[in-house]
Design a binder for this molecule. Structure first.
Ligand code: PLP
Length: 396
């Protein structure tokens, strides 16, 4: 019999396992470890949102929904998106409710790419971008962003990466793993490039509510979506979801907003692969959009305080780190210790029981940094910072 390994499709065989997963297998079962690793809110979903899911079950709402998602949810999404992004979408046909932004990413590339088509995106980046593109038989083309430049994506670097096979530019601001927020002037140049070269932009804005504005990082900043820039609405697929700002990772709910032709193509794949997102999650999401804003702001302020704590402590221990404008990640630069990011993270785990993710898990451009997530309780972060300070002092 042919070995089972050889029965796996070649493009699947070639996809590496997630570096985050590999790393976190080392942490399993170790109660002494403070994890700054997983990119997930430590808050439970606000109670009124959980209650909406419970009521949905109590009322016996246990059916499939429309493939696009409940119309009432799409109407709420349209209103929310219009207020947040200043772009309007028709809930009847321009919004597709998905199983997390994860599914939306999978759908968009499968809908848009023919084999060999190229997607240009910035690195370091979220771990699923390259696999999602490769699984859709596309080619992932990365543009490096640099710690020296606060991880700003430069339009000139994007332009240099374009070829006649480029179909899509993929953006993620605020960025996982760096927390970077793109300056509007640069976003405008990227938009102009997309128009000039007739490209689709896929914009993953899952962290857009989590911004830290003002001199002390405590005020809600201003988010600009590329979809709102001139000429962009008709060529952008805007991805957003409930996992981060509403602390709803386990509900598995996201959405894509785009012109009908694009949502229709994504919907064709979604209806055969997923059919629809869970109705209980969709009912909860309606409540989140209607009444969730105060809780989102409460969590954002808590993240802002933790961010400020980490920034201060990194500064005191001499660990260079730029002040991220959004998400819930810090990406300090550890190069001066002469260790790779993986060696730094492994030794920190072994010697001080603090888990951070090696920057190399987010692509070669992440090497030299580590990701520390501050979606962890304030007092735990304080202890983790004491331990890190002792560690870097020993490293010298
Ligand atoms: N996009 C980015 C940038 C993320 O960081 C994540 C999760 O960490 C996702 C998408 C996936 O989110 P979801 O839970 O909506 O599938």
């Amino acid at each position: 019999m042919k070995p089972l390994q050889e029965r796996i499709a070649k493009h699947v065989r070639d996809i590496p396992r997630s570096g985050i997963r590999d790393f976190f297998e080392l942490v399993v079962g170790r109660d002494d470890v403070i994890s700054l690793g997983v990119g997930e809110p430590d808050f439970s979903t606000p109670w009124h949102i959980r209650e909406a899911a419970i009521f949905s079950l109590e009322r016996g709402q246990t059916s499939y929904t429309s493939n696009l998602g409940l119309l009432s949810l799409r109407q709420e999404i349209a209103a929310y998106v219009e207020q947040l992004f200043k772009v309007s979408y028709d809930p009847a046909s321009e919004i597709l409710v998905t199983v997390g932004v994860s599914e939306a990413l999978d759908l968009v590339f499968r809908a848009l790419l023919d084999p060999g088509d190229e997607v240009v995106y910035h690195e370091p980046c979220y771990v699923s971008y390259s696999p999602s593109i490769v699984l859709a038989h596309g080619k992932a083309v990365t543009v490096q962003t640099r710690v020296e430049d606060n991880f700003v994506l430069r339009a000139k670097d994007v332009e240099a990466a374009l070829t006649d096979r480029t179909r899509v530019i993929l953006l993620n601001f605020p960025t996982n793993p760096t927390g970077a927020v793109e300056p509007v002037e640069e976003l405008e140049k990227i938009a102009a490039l997309a128009v000039e070269r007739d490209l689709i932009v896929v914009s993953d804005e899952i962290y857009c509510e989590l911004l830290y504005g003002g001199p002390d990082g405590m005020s809600p900043g201003e988010h600009t979506s590329i979809a709102s820039l001139p000429g962009m609405r008709g060529r952008t697929v805007l991805l957003h979801g409930f996992s981060k700002a509403f602390a709803m990772t386990g509900f598995r709910l996201g959405y894509a907003c785009a012109p009908t032709v694009l949502t229709e193509a994504m919907m064709k794949i979604h209806q055969y692969s997923m059919l629809c997102a869970s109705i209980m999650s969709q009912q909860a999401a309606i409540e989140a959009l209607r009444n969730g804003a105060p809780e989102v702001e409460r969590m954002r302020r808590a993240y802002a305080q933790r961010r400020n704590l980490m920034l201060k402590r990194f500064d005191e221990m001499g660990l260079p780190c730029f002040a991220p404008g959004g998400a819930f990640y810090m990406f300090p630069d550890v190069r001066k210790y002469g260790l790779t990011s993986k060696e730094f993270a492994l030794r920190l785990l072994e010697e001080e029981s603090v888990a951070v993710v090696p920057g190399s898990a987010f692509g070669p451009a992440g090497e030299g940094c580590v990701r520390a997530c501050y979606a962890t309780a304030y007092d735990k972060i304080e202890i983790a910072m004491d331990r890190m300070a002792a560690f870097v002092k020993r490293l010298g």
